[in-house]
Design a protein around this ligand. Sequence first.
Ligand code: NAP
Ligand code: GCO
Length: 263
Amino acid sequence: MIQHLFDLTGKTALVTGATHGLGMAMAVALGKSGAKIVVNDISAERLENARIEYRKEGLDVATYVFDVTDEQKAEEGIAKIEAEVGPVDILVNNAGIIKRIPAVDMAAADFRQVIDIDLTGPFIMAKFVARSMIKRNAGGKIINICSMMSELGRETVSAYASAKGGLKMLTRNLATEWAKFNIQVNGIGPGYFATSQTAPIRVDGHPFNDFILSRTPAGRWGEPEDLQGTVIFLASKASDFVNGHIVYVDGGILASLGKASNE
Ligand code: NAP
Ligand code: GCO
């Protein structure tokens, strides 16, 4: 059956920052497609709470707490996962933060922290996972969670846009470097999604909420479940000849100039 192209049975998928939000939705999709799920986060408490939520979805996940920006802890964490759960076949670099601060007011330390978590962290994780894939001659899938800000700027998110723009190019570069090892490195670029990260700008009546509803041709915020088909595609055999591609799941934002306010 053609569905075998999307079957992840026997695979192990590691999703960073997946105690809620987009990461959890993607991890659930990969788990329901047959993969063994490993969830990372920076908070042991949120990992424990998330385990309960995953169980409600019928998934018994493994959890590992470490900071993706800490190279030694990340290397140790991945080694522990591979020893206790099994080799990582699929990595989803989902962990990320945003700081909404006007550039003229942003401290370099704040800028650096966003770059560290949103760009350096994915590099660190991809490096150690790919090192193992290459050593095992196993191939694999690496999926980086990019953003509309990989393509567009907007006020107050200079660090985040720089990180996510860099993550698009890191995706293309690693795809180039590792394709010969049968490792496909791609990205997902979500539009504007209803999660805790966007909660402050999504409240009813908030000007940005109204803006996004008019700027998105689909006329709604994305729901985390809207990413599930795309992450299964990029994690499965179905994308074995897809390299360095960012799949934008944005309700049409990047396709559209937008509409006049009186339309
Ligand atoms: P979120 O709710 O803020 O979740 C981010 C997750 O990353 C949290 O679980 C957080 O852990 C974890 N995290 C933060 N720093 C970490 C670190 N150093 N090491 C390990 N984990 C860390 O965000 P989201 O809305 O689900 O977004 C997930 C990803 O999609 C992010 O990369 C974001 O930039 C991207 N994205 C989001 C949207 C959107 O509209 N929501 C659109 C495009 C792209 P704690 O909660 O324990 O701190
Ligand atoms: C913002 C939002 C966005 C989304 C996402 C869009 O403040 O503009 O948080 O950055 O999180 O990245 O794709």
